[in-house]
Design a protein around this ligand. Structure first.
Ligand SMILES: [Zn+2]
Length: 1075
């Protein structure tokens, strides 16, 4: 058989209006201009099949079978006859708004439209509500954007754009973090050795600055492509002179308030980067293994309090300690005990077991102490650990005496390397019996807790290790060796030769690595500048309490991180940063830093930038009052921790730029910023202003691949935002555009880690198409709409009132979603609304009224009234998430939208959030219940229709007549009333899209038995019986409904009564206009 003429013509792109007109109801798609026709299958089929995949399928979607079935049937009947006569009386949808987003071209066009018309500032200027400040956390100007950046900036943009619609004035100044080691390293790596030798700090800074600024440009371009609205022309860079000056001011204020001090203190030190590191610059990779050793220190004297206890065991008594960093033994200054724990003197003797039977056997290496147990040997360990240590060391430990740790304070032992006397001291709660021996080797130059204990006892802070991680001369036999390599080995060997090692075993634990070089760090005491968090911690904790944290668990996170953190080491031994503006006396090394010197340096930097610190002389950098003495001073060479840079942004940006206010309304960054930017900003702000720099903080998780794995180049699972937008090739990796990426951002619960991959993107892109299809349906059916056609609410059919009730509820829920920052809820609401409420129901039913109800009829205009409300609402409420789609639709509006002041909203963001329509929500509860029942009933009717179609009784649903019998009288009378209502739209056969519906008083008669297809709908107490037969009468040529009336009008023998009236009315008004 000849294929459908429509399909054949469409394939050749030669579809004529006549053909399209005849196919209007078969396709149930949108038919209009020629461009349209090619996409009919896309709309109708995709719309439905996707609904299935989303589990939101209403049975209406099954009716898609009607299209092809009817097309084939029609082809066999001969098309020509049916096509001609009434085509001009049918209102086909019309719009130039394309079904395809064509986002690679269209999105940049729309962005240009916004730029050319300055829409962002235009909207801000015309808004007259409160100011809303979302302060941008500066991404690092190093490399291209990853998905985490995209997630972050899109979330911010959704919030800002929502606020814009709500009449807020927003000032959003984007920023970049430009200093620091990674950029310095990139510059160094890009140079050969000769060039590197020639490199002065100023040359390096110039190159680093250029690198950062170039990267900023690249990143800015990508952010703009995401559709992010920001004050791009006035963005802030941490390398701007004004920024640097503000940072110096924050530093100065902290100095003046006594919150900054210089001290020798163990800090995380990266030998590979030759600099101190902050907590935020460390990572703890899996699988680090240290060489751990159990060592004995020989006790040589007891204290008065332990004399009686221990004397009998001397001189064969030792303290047993355990360490995972043997290289710190030379720096040992004490052994610390917990006063509360029980300790015991134990006698060591060979275990009856063979050595090979030691648990964990091969990994453990026995030291010389245990290889040769001769005579009596006593060691002190925590009593509780005796069984564990017996099994670990493979010996018997007979307990001779027990006592509390406090009893041992001030006993003395011999240092195993330097043979000097050292004390036993009481440490803190950090000494436990979870591992080791309960006695802690204490080296105040190499550990935080050791340092604190050392301060208590006045122990020396000894740290014989240099910047590159090598032992200094002070380390004696180990001088010049690498503490993380041969130095560590040498210490172990030395100790064993001196018979100090019990056993050695590999130990797997979390160990801090430098996050940039991926190499292990050490703890090392150096002269550094510190911010004394201790000094203002209570105020910080109090401020955390005042801030609103989203999600709420974040408050615990930042509280525990802040309450447990030590003082903040803010100096770095690098060149690419803001200098610590301090001078040192050449001879005494005493630092010189006063309010006067700071202000002077600040003044210079605000004009010339921080480079001035390097190229200007001490004389120039010091205030005049010091000119006589300037030769006695030299400049400090330390720069500030980059977290101090970004942590001062509230001062540099919120405090300095017009329109902004302090504190910001919102900070929004990834969860890693609890120990990074959120914290550094909080510390500097509390230390100088006494309040938090933000009133609200939102955190988001990380972006992982579809399987929940971290993205990495080596795994090949990196999803690149530019690639998602632009695409690589149309098949495997199509360009989805920024809006699909933005829709993805809205779909995820960002408070935990989120997943993305090609599968996810395909689903999101389907959803995008559905939304676009929804807007296209609305635009195309409003092509002849004017606001004066508006039908008053009270005069609307009930189906329309119900549609508006659903719309208003939906808008309110969407607003709640935005206001609670739960965008995934909005995504779900929109998905349900467009598929279930609109596509499967209202839009489906409305086609009859819109296409054949008569252009200017009440029935069509009332429907358009509802559609116009939907269009104007949907396009605005999705605009924060999908600004390009919303603007694209707005630019295709077939009518103008007037603002309250009478001006036209030319751009969607000028239109503001839809006004509340409380009256739409006032539908009586019983009516809402009734419509709930009707929708349920409709689903069942659709199933019966589907059965009849499968059984070949009918093709189109219009070929069917539905019988209903309703068990309960109340429902029966309500449905009957609705069915008989004076407006055509509420009649049940219109709602079911069948030609007839008859409500039967009973189902006992013989006649009912002959009804071929039946079904049932049960709702609470009431049961509705459904029957289906072929429709009565003949098919109307114009609307395809079946009716007894077809054939009864002499002038129009092929029309039903509805169509007859429509035609009569139209020809009369045509005559009138001619006359
Ligand atoms: Zn008709």
């Amino acid at each position: 058989m000849d294929p459908s003429p429509l399909l054949r013509f469409a394939a050749r792109g030669e579809v004529k209006l006549a053909l399209r007109a005849s196919s209007r109801l078969r396709n149930h798609g949108l038919i209009g201009t020629t461009v349209f026709v090619r996409h009919i299958p896309l709309f109708s089929r995709d719309y439905c099949s996707n609904a299935t995949s989303n589990g939101l399928l209403g049975s209406a979607s099954k009716r898609r079978a009607r299209g092809p079935v009817m097309a084939a049937k029609k082809a066999s009947e001969g098309v020509k006859k049916e096509v001609g006569k009434y085509k001009h009386t049918i209102d086909l949808p019309k719009t130039s708004f394309g079904m395809r987003a064509n986002s690679n071209i269209r999105e940049p066009e729309l962005q240009k439209l916004w730029d050319d018309n300055d829409v962002f500032s235009r909207v801000i200027d015309s808004n007259n509500g409160e100011t809303f400040i979302l302060h941008d956390g500066p991404p690092y100007a190093n490399g291209s954007l990853h998905m985490g950046h995209a997630l972050n900036k899109i979330l911010k943009d959704i919030i800002n754009r929502f606020k814009l619609l709500l009449n807020y004035k927003i000032y959003y100044v984007p920023g970049w973090d430009c200093h620091g080691l990674p950029i310095e390293l990139k510059v160094l790596q890009s140079m050969d050795q000769d060039a590197r030798r020639e490199l002065t700090p100023i040359k390096l800074r110039k190159k680093a600055s250029k690198f950062a600024k170039d990267t900023v440009k690249l990143q800015m371009k990508s952010f703009k492509r995401l559709g992010v609205w920001a004050d791009w022309r006035n963005s802030y860079l941490t390398l701007d002179p004004e920024y640097e000056a503000s940072q110096i001011e924050v530093f100065g204020q902290m100095i003046m308030r006594g919150h900054i001090y210089r001290g020798r203190k163990p800090v995380h030190w990266s030998p590979s980067s030759r600099t101190a590191l902050a907590e935020a610059e460390l990572e703890y990779p899996e699988g680090h293994i240290s060489r751990s050793i159990y060592v004995v220190f020989k006790l040589i004297s007891t204290s008065p309090s332990s004399d009686d206890l221990l004397k009998e065991f001397l001189p064969d008594l030792s303290l047993a300690i355990w360490t995972t960093t043997p290289w710190t033994i030379p720096a040992n200054a004490a052994v610390a005990l917990n006063a509360e724990l029980q300790y015991a003197v134990t006698e060591v003797s060979s275990s009856p077991q063979e050595t090979s039977a030691i648990p964990g056997g091969r990994e453990i290496k026995m030291g010389n102490v245990l290889k040769d147990i001769q005579g009596k040997k006593f060691v002190i360990v925590a009593s509780e650990l005796v069984p564990t240590l017996e099994s670990k060391w493979g010996v018997k430990l007979a307990i001779k005496k027990k006592f509390p740790g406090s009893a041992l304070e001030n006993c003395r032992y011999i240092h195993p390397v330097y043979m000097k006397e050292c004390p036993v001291v009481i440490g803190g709660d950090y000494i436990t019996t979870e591992s080791g021996t309960g006695l802690v080797h204490t080296a105040p130059g190499h550990g935080q807790e050791d340092y604190a204990t050392g301060l208590k006892y006045g122990l020396p802070i000894f740290s014989p290790v240099d910047d590159s991680g090598k032992f200094t001369k002070e380390a004696g036999p180990f001088s010049g060796l690498d503490v993380l390599g041969d130095g560590n080995t040498a210490v172990v060997k030395y100790l064993d030769e001196k018979s100090s090692i019990l056993i050695e075993e590999p130990y797997k634990h979390k160990y801090p690595y430098d996050w940039r070089t991926k190499k292990p760090t050490i703890f090392r005491a150096t002269e550094q500048w510190f911010a004394s968090v201790e000094g203002f911690r209570p105020a910080v904790m109090d401020a955390i309490n005042q801030v609103k944290w989203i999600p709420s668990q974040a408050e615990n996170r930042i509280s525990s991180m802040t309450s447990s953190r030590s003082d903040w080491c803010i100096s770095r031994q690098r060149t690419w940063g803001v200098p610590i503006p301090v001078f040192y006396h050449v001879k005494t090394k005493e630092p010189l830093i006063t309010e006067e010197t700071i202000n002077h340096v600040k003044g210079i930097i605000s004009k010339k930038g921080a480079d001035a610190w390097w190229y200007m002389s001490v004389d120039e950098l010091l205030p005049e009052a010091y000119s006589a003495k300037s030769s006695e001073y030299q400049k400090g060479t330390d720069t500030m921790d980059v977290w101090f840079d970004s942590g001062s942004s509230w001062a540099s940006v919120l405090g300095n730029k017009d329109g902004l206010h302090f504190p910001a309304d919102l900070y929004l960054e990834g969860t890693d910023q609890h120990r990074g930017w959120f914290q550094s900003s909080l510390l500097t702000s509390i230390a100088t202003k006494g309040v938090a720099p933000y009133s609200r903080v939102i955190t988001h998780g990380f972006v992982l691949d579809e399987k929940g794995l971290k993205m990495s180049k080596s795994l090949g699972n990196v999803v690149d935002p530019d690639m998602v937008i632009e695409g690589k090739n149309s098949k495997d990796s199509p360009g989805y555009g920024a809006d699909v990426l933005r829709l993805w951002v809205s779909s995820v619960d960002y408070t935990s880690d989120v997943l993305i991959g090609s599968q996810v993107l395909r689903q999101i892109s389907d959803m995008y198409r559905k939304l676009r299809g929804t807007l296209r349906y609305l635009l195309s059916n409003l092509h002849d709409w004017k606001s004066e056609y508006n039908v008053p609410y009270n005069e609307l059919p009930m189906i329309d009132k119900f549609a508006l009730f659903q719309l208003e509820n939906t808008i309110n829920s969407i607003k709640d979603g935005y206001e609670s920052y739960q965008f995934y809820k909005i995504f779900q609401i929109i998905q349900r609304f467009t598929i279930v409420d609109l596509s499967n129901f209202y839009f489906d039913v409305a086609k009859d009224r819109l296409y054949v109800g008569g252009s200017e009829s009440y029935i069509r205009r009332s429907c358009q009234t509802v559609l116009a409300s939907h269009l104007l609402s949907i396009v605005r409420v999705i605009a924060p998430i999908l600004p390009h789609l919303a603007e694209d639709a707005w630019q295709h509006l077939p009518f103008q939208y007037f603002l309250n002041d009478g001006s036209v909203a030319e751009f969607v963001f000028e239109s503001r959030w839809p006004n509340e329509n409380k009256v739409w929500l006032m539908m009586p509860v019983e009516d809402i219940d009734l419509w709930g029942k009707i929708l349920g009933l409709r689903t069942e009717v659709n199933k019966v229709l589907e059965n009849a179609r499968t059984g070949k009784l009918i093709g189109s649903s219009l070929e069917a007549k539905i019988y209903l019998h309703i068990s309960d009288a109340a429902t029966s009378s309500k449905l009957g009333e609705l069915h008989a209502s004076s407006n055509d739209a509420d009649a049940l056969h219109r709602i079911f899209i069948t030609s007839q519906v008859e409500i039967l008083p009973s189902i006992d008669s013989k006649e009912v038995e002959s009804i071929p297809y039946t079904g049932q709908y049960v709702h609470g107490e009431s049961t509705i019986w459904i029957g289906l037969s072929r429709a009565d009468g003949l098919k109307c040529e114009r609307c395809w409904n079946y009716s007894h009336k077809v054939g009864s009008f002499t002038d129009h023998p092929t029309l039903c009564s509805r169509c007859f009236e429509v035609i009569n009315f139209q020809s009369n008004s045509a005559m009138a206009s001619i006359g």
